[in-house]
Structures are given as structure tokens and as C-alpha cells.
Design a protein around this ligand. Structure first.
Ligand code: COA
Length: 157
């Protein structure tokens, strides 16, 4: 059983993330979407709210699980005995950040391999902050997030 762990802040999840999950489904038997607090960001949704949103989106897919990370990714991988971290690459600008993270994770846990998947080009330039800004300014985000996510955003903003 091969498990891919896809960490991120997912505040909120977008079609760009979903594209990576769908690509990862072809490689792994099981995918764990691992929601982590990014200490450098002020989140809109709580970790529990994000978990509920993502679980609802993937409720038909039993091989996709959603968990909340408490602590270091490298430690979580060790404790659960998972070996593969999945990350999406968009523009070249992602590379340096991803290179740094995967190198540090490997330093902390030698068993980890990070698998990079290309994001669909139409999602190259979106991120969760941009989506929140568009919704706050009453713009249309239906091309970037599922309807359920858009509704949650409208409730919050
Ligand atoms: N399509 C569209 N947008 C995407 C995307 C994709 N495929 N992948 C990422 N994004 C967006 C995200 O929405 C996010 O937007 P935002 O900055 O506006 O919120 C942005 O790109 C950055 O995403 P990502 O690179 O996944 O960062 P993150 O903050 O979501 O996640 C963690 C970073 C949580 C993975 C990292 O901080 C971590 O591993 N933390 C755990 C603690 C730890 O071990 N720290 C040491 C790490 S070496």
C-alpha cells in the first residue's frame, strides 16, 4: 500500500490543489491531505473548518483521507511510517521554496522522498490569498474553487 502525504495550509483548498490530488491518485493507493498551520500566515478558516470542507469534497473517495498536522512534517512521517510527500509545482518561483523544504525534510527524516507534480497551467497563478481577496471584493471565483468552497468563503467574508 503506497501512501502519498500532501501537506499544505489549504486556506481554502482550490482547484489547483485538487488538480495535484487527482494526479497523485494515479501514483498512490492512498492520499492523506495533511492540513498544517503556516506560522507565517493569518488563517481565515480554522484547521477543523478546513478539514470539514475537504472531507465533504472527497466524501465519495475512501482512499483520500484528511488529517491535521500538529508539529513537524518530518516527525509526522516518521511516526506514521509514511515515506512520500506530494507537492505541486507551479511557476519557477515555487522551485526555490520547495527545494529548501524538501531538503530540510530529508535532513530531518532520511526516509522521506518528496514527489513533485506539475500543476495544470491554468492554475499556475492562483493561490488561496488571491481567491479570498476576489471574494471579499465580490468577484467571481467559480473557475478556481468548488461551489461549496465559494459558499463557505462568502459566509466568512
Ligand atoms: N495550485 C494553486 N495554488 C496552490 C497550489 C496549487 N497546486 N499549491 C499551493 N498553492 C497556493 C496555496 O493556496 C498557498 O496560497 P497562500 O499563500 O495564498 O495561502 C500558496 O500557494 C503556498 O502554498 P504551499 O506552498 O502549499 O504553502 P502552504 O502554506 O500551503 O503550506 C506547509 C506550507 C504547511 C506545507 C509547510 O509550512 C509545512 O510543511 N509545515 C509543517 C511544519 C514543518 O514541518 N515545518 C518545517 C518545514 S521544512
Amino acid at each position: 500500500m503506497k501512501t502519498g502525504v500532501y501537506p499544505g495550509s489549504f486556506d481554502p483548498i482550490t482547484f489547483g490543489h485538487i488538480d495535484i490530488i487527482e494526479r497523485a491518485e494515479k501514483l498512490f493507493d492512498e492520499i492523506i491531505i495533511l492540513i498544517a498551520e503556516n506560522r507565517r500566515k493569518q488563517a481565515l478558516f480554522s484547521l477543523e473548518e478546513r478539514k470539514e470542507i475537504i472531507e465533504e469534497l472527497f466524501k465519495e473517495k475512501k482512499h483520500i483521507k484528511v488529517e491535521i498536522l500538529d508539529g513537524l512534517l518530518a516527525e509526522y512521517m516518521k511516526e506514521k511510517n509514511h515515506k512520500f510527500v506530494v507537492r505541486g509545482l507551479r511557476a519557477i518561483s515555487d522551485f526555490e521554496y520547495e527545494f529548501q523544504h524538501s531538503t530540510i525534510n530529508k535532513e530531518l527524516n532520511k526516509e522521506i522522498e518528496t514527489v513533485f507534480l506539475m500543476t495544470e497551467p491554468k492554475y499556475f497563478y492562483i493561490n488561496s490569498s488571491l481567491i479570498k481577496e476576489i471574494v471579499a471584493l465580490k468577484g467571481n471565483v467559480k473557475e478556481f474553487v468548488p461551489k461549496a468552497v465559494e459558499n463557505k468563503l462568502r459566509e466568512k467574508l
